[in-house]
Design a protein around this ligand. Structure first.
Ligand code: ZN
Length: 143
């Protein structure tokens, strides 16, 4: 499958540009600072989620906008060469993501997807993570 030339590969890497911040590390640091414990890259779950909170039955995926086709996002561009190849590959990623998320939801997991481009807004990101991870059992029964 992986038959792209070095030139094509470097063109893609220019599109992806992920040198300065590793989004997953940012998410991990924030969650850790909130005092939550998690497991990493749980291969026994669909899609091998990046952060897993077994006792809460919650998982977090941190997705690169390019590889996972973030809809409407500026980073979600298709390389200009070999478009057929890339569209098939990237759409395949996207389909697989959705299928895995459905499987997780069906077996009672809560799923949060953090996109690479959302990492910049640390405050908004922290709020979303806090909101997602707090125990919702009580508030549901009170509602
Ligand atoms: Zn994005």
């Amino acid at each position: 499958m992986d038959t792209i030339s070095p030139e094509e590969r470097s063109a893609v890497m220019r599109l992806v540009r992920e040198k300065n911040t590793n989004p997953e590390m940012v998410v991990r640091r924030i969650v850790h600072s909130m005092g939550y414990r998690y497991r990493l890259h749980c291969r026994t779950l669909p899609g091998c989620p990046d952060l897993v909170f077994p006792s809460k039955k919650k998982v977090i995926f941190v997705h690169g906008c390019f590889w996972h086709r973030h809809k409407g996002c500026g980073r979600c561009r298709t390389p200009s060469s070999r478009q057929d190849y890339w569209i098939a590959k990237l759409e395949g990623n996207k389909k697989r993501d959705l299928k895995n998320q459905k499987k997780l939801l069906a077996s009672g997991w809560s799923v949060l997807v953090i996109w690479e481009c959302e990492i910049k807004d640390r405050e908004g990101l922290s709020n979303r993570l806090r909101e997602f991870l707090k125990n919702s059992v009580k508030s549901q029964s009170q509602a």
